[in-house]
Ligand binder design. Sequence first.
Ligand code: NAP
Length: 335
Amino acid sequence: MPTQSREVRLASRPQGEPTLDNFSFATVEVRDPDPGEVLVRNVCISVDPYMRGRMNDAKSYVPPFQIGQPLEGGAVGRVIVSQDEKFPVGAYVQSFYGWRDAFVAPAASLQIVDTAVAPASAYLGILGVTGLTAWVGLFRIAGLKHGETVFISGGAGAVGSAACQLAKMHGCMVIASAGSEEKVRFLREELKVNYAFNYRDGDPHEHLKRAAPDGIDVYFDNTGGPQLEAALSALRNSGRIAMCGGIAGYNTPVPGPRNLILVIGKRLRIEGFIVSDYFKDVSAFLEEAIPALKSGKLINRETVVDGLDAAPAAFLELLHSGAGNIGKMVVKLSG
Ligand SMILES: NC(=O)c1ccc[n+]([C@@H]2O[C@H](COP(=O)([O-])OP(=O)(O)OC[C@H]3O[C@@H](n4cnc5c(N)ncnc54)[C@H](OP(=O)(O)O)[C@@H]3O)[C@@H](O)[C@H]2O)c1
């Protein structure tokens, strides 16, 4: 009997904030794999803020999603039928084939993950692109060093919570912000950051002055907007900004910081990055992250929703200030 797969497609392009109407569902037949291919059934899929940009018909570092086509994105699945001996039936594999139950693909386009080390979903979170993004931003882009002070916006989200923990592990003083009291408690009590605040409650400039009266060395920017402006004021001379994301402006662009001119007098360095340019660093990252996860120095916090039907709403949730996710938003499938 042919394998059936349900998939989520882009139904229409949003103007401003996307809605559930921008997505549709379809069931397709998946063919048998040819030599060198495998048939994979996904066990969990990733929903990510950057996917908002791919819903627009605009040139960017990744091509736009096409109307009527399934949404590509991070996923971990199990090999069900194999035509490649290096990818045996039962192996767990990481892919970018996205929001669908099952697919056939060349085995060479997949990476096997070790579920004895961590559950499959951790490879979407702390041991996956999420964790790598945090590590690259802190150490490759900002050059964060032991003893320095770093401010991380979006601190309770997927990348942010990984960045907070990695910076603490490297002996840094960590200031982090998030959009709800529950997230601020998570930052203080579970991630043990030095200072956490709700950016929707009070002026971020005032919080940064209180947290670091002598200024900060590094800003890890997940949001842009008012927090970027506050960070520019708080940075010391020769400070660095790793620009990871600008979620405050993903649905509707926000104005740039009014104090950008501080970059000159303070000799600041601002650098954006795209994690896929650093996939070559994944082994160096995992060498640090796997032992830390095993010893409990790193935790993989996730917010789990069930079933493919829940994927669009889980994605839309991420784009709200004060969103419901703590850590990585993961959609679990029946596998
Ligand atoms: N450069 C790269 O290669 C790369 C790779 C991965 C991710 N990213 C970027 O990293 C950032 C975090 O991604 P993630 O996957 O870890 O998502 P996430 O932080 O787990 O989820 C997104 C969070 O953004 C916050 N948010 C939503 N609207 C906001 C607004 N208007 N102002 C401030 N915060 C807002 C919400 O948290 P609150 O409750 O705290 O508001 C929400 O939980 C995103 O900007 C993403 O695009 C970049």
